[in-house]
Design a protein around this ligand. Structure first.
Ligand SMILES: [Zn+2]
Length: 635
């Protein structure tokens, strides 16, 4: 996955709501042994024509159980995300029936689980599903990361199935037949292969049938139904299907086609002979940013698709740049974790997941690829690449640099690790960069992190897991002792990386400079803070943010209103995410409170700058240094 705004920011305001209920509500482990191993089909139907109050009716028809008790579960956590989703919280009116249509008893054992004691009689389960987007901005409700969430509205259904369909414990490997009924006028795109289609007699509805070999495939293949646009195009041997839902028709799928094509073609060239898929789906949901809109911007990866959520109000140019960063990241997940992963990922437990040590690789190396391929393939300049690396170093400096990365990975759901998760996209990527430079140095430029990942994907691939505790040893044996030492010191160990040492090898040096920044951070570090009174104020750092400084904002000014919206602790996440997205040229109106005084700033946004460090090629770098740099940046 890729989240594009710092969770540090979210954590500042929301510590205690999103990750609070971790350990206390873990249900007691209930193990039920299936008496028979026969693989029966679980039939699921969703009827999008019968939505009442934004709720979709779902019917589950399992094969007859031979055991006394069975547990039906919605996922607590889903693969690729590192937070609790609790999809059970979005289920209402759960009912279990026997053959005669009589209701059976059941017990709800936790947020996500329903225990049915008379399992041999169970013929059918029905319930209603609420969407997650509607309540994302409601205080005190933990919701899934937006790209894994669900939308149910008149003209759009974002069907991330962990939000709609559960599994019977110990029957996760049973096959599923999925029927979706909708009005015939809806456009529909599915990452899961359609196997049939039937119109109702009066042609007012159509039911499409899909097949999934096991529960995992249900969760790994999102769909979109409703009123949206599709563009299909070929990138080498991959058919790309781009679906774009823009509620106010601001952006079209056509707008993005060229950008995505160019990007994916470059990714394919960069990756070379790594096996990919025959079809890749990109679902882009653009958020209107009202009370019931999603604000978790970014994307989640699947084996053959990705779901992206971005603000609709973002100007096209900026959106295109973000799409390149986000979608390229998701596509690179084809390498890891999709083709290189440990047992925790391979046998993912949706209810009591354990986490791998290797987020530095799953998210870090993936993010590094999404950055380096752009310079390698000439999509960005050397200077732009250095700027992005420096942004990562700067943002990482605001997080805990002495936290063991492996320890954080394994405990990512709980504090204080959860608040440092965002570092996987910063320090995680920089870890990938350092290994790349080390390997180039050791091999006269011949080998790097990409060749290492290719070797690992050949060795394992999507059907075989590596042993979590052995990976470092294995990589060290495949590469050089210096790489093993690096893992020991900076990934397992708590010693911060001195990036200067690595840049020195490539003949680069730091410079003091003025850098572009946004309106809530100085070069990655927040310039706002919550107060005990429940307000949000500017910190001392506001003086070094050129835009606010020119507007006369001062430390301790309370930010009371932004573009007509009163700022509260509850909507801070949403409001400041919007400010984070502001672009020069737009109009802004901000009300500040300074003591008794009210100050109104009404202006056209200009680019904001702050002091920062830059990175540049050293004059007089040696031939060895220049050669290493070229091998590193241009493969
Ligand atoms: Zn990711």
């Amino acid at each position: 996955m890729k989240t594009i705004i710092s969770l540090v920011f979210a954590a500042v305001f929301f510590l205690g709501t999103t990750n609070a209920q971790n350990d206390s509500d873990l249900p007691q482990k209930t193990t039920i042994k299936a008496k028979e191993t026969k693989i029966g089909t679980i039939e699921v139907s969703l009827d999008l024509t019968q939505v009442v109050d934004d709720k979709v009716p779902v019917v589950i028809v399992p094969e007859r159980f031979m055991q006394d008790t069975v547990i039906y579960r919605m996922p607590k956590v889903i693969p690729g995300t590192y937070k609790i989703s609790d999809f059970g919280n979005f289920i209402e009116d759960f009912k279990a029936f026997n053959d005669k249509g009589e209701e059976l008893d059941f017990t709800k054992t936790d947020e996500n689980s329903w225990m049915i004691p008379n399992a041999t009689e169970l013929a059918k389960i029905t319930y209603l599903v609420n969407d997650t987007f509607d309540v994302e901005n409601t205080e005190g409700i933990a919701t899934p990361f937006s790209p894994s969430g669900t939308n149910i509205s008149e003209d759009n259904f974002l069907l991330n199935f962990p939000g709609f369909i559960g599994y019977f414990e110990t029957f996760e490997h049973n096959q599923y037949q999925l029927d979706i009924t909708s009005v015939p006028t809806f456009t529909n795109v599915s990452a899961l292969q359609q196997v049939g289609e039937m119109y109702s007699k009066d042609s007012t509805s159509v039911t499409r049938n899909y097949y999934a070999p096991r529960y995992f495939n249900i969760t790994d293949n999102p769909m979109m139904y409703g009123d949206f646009e599709i563009e299909e195009f070929q990138v080498g041997d991959i058919k790309v299907v781009l679906s774009v839902y823009s509620p106010n028709k601001v952006h079209t799928a056509k707008d993005f086609k060229e950008t995505i094509y160019e990007m994916m073609a470059a990714q394919k060239t960069y990756l070379g002979d790594i096996n990919t898929t025959a079809r890749y789906d990109i679902f882009l949901y653009l958020s209107e940013m009202d009370e019931t809109s999603p604000t978790g911007f970014g994307a989640l990866e699947h084996h053959t698709s990705t779901v992206v959520v971005m603000p609709e109000s973002m100007p096209f140019e900026a959106l295109a740049v973000s799409m390149i960063d986000v979608v390229s990241h998701e596509f690179f997940h084809i390498v890891s974790p999709l083709s290189i992963h440990s047992e925790d990922v391979h046998y993912f437990n949706y209810h009591e997941p354990t986490f791998s040590k290797h987020l530095w690789m799953y998210e870090g190396v993936t993010e590094y690829f999404a950055t380096i391929f752009q310079i390698d393939q000439g999509l960005i300049s050397e200077e732009e690449f250095y700027t992005r690396i420096m942004e990562k170093i700067q943002t990482a400096s605001g997080l805990d640099d002495t936290m063991s990365f492996t320890e954080m990975s394994e405990n990512v759901l709980v504090s204080p690790y959860a608040e440092n998760y965002f570092n996987v996209y910063q320090k995680g990527a920089l870890i990938g960069m350092c290994i790349d430079i080390l390997m180039r140095e050791e091999s006269n430029g011949e080998r790097g992190i990409l060749s290492l990942m290719k070797e690992l994907s050949l060795k394992y691939g999507k059907d075989q897991a590596f042993e979590d505790d052995k990976l470092f040893e294995e990589i060290t044996a495949m590469t050089y002792p210096s790489v093993g030492e690096f893992f020991e010191t900076h990934v397992i160990g708590t010693t911060p990386i001195n990036y200067e040492d690595f840049f020195e090898k490539a003949g680069l040096e730091f410079t003091e400079s003025v850098v572009e920044t946004n309106y809530i951070q100085n070069n990655g570090v927040l310039i706002l803070a919550p107060t005990e009174e429940g307000t949000i104020i500017f910190t001392e750092l506001v003086k070094e943010n050129s835009f606010w400084n020119e507007q006369g904002a001062l430390p301790n000014d309370v930010i009371s209103e932004i573009n007509g919206t009163e700022v509260t602790m509850q909507n801070a996440q949403q409001v400041f995410t919007e400010v984070y997205m502001w672009e020069p040229g737009a109009e802004a109106e901000v009300k500040l409170i300074r003591g008794e005084e009210e100050i109104l700033i009404k202006t056209t946004l200009t680019q904001s700058y702050t002091k920062g460090r830059g990175l540049q090629a050293k004059v007089g770098a040696s031939k060895t240094q220049v050669e290493l740099r070229n091998a590193w940046l241009k493969g």
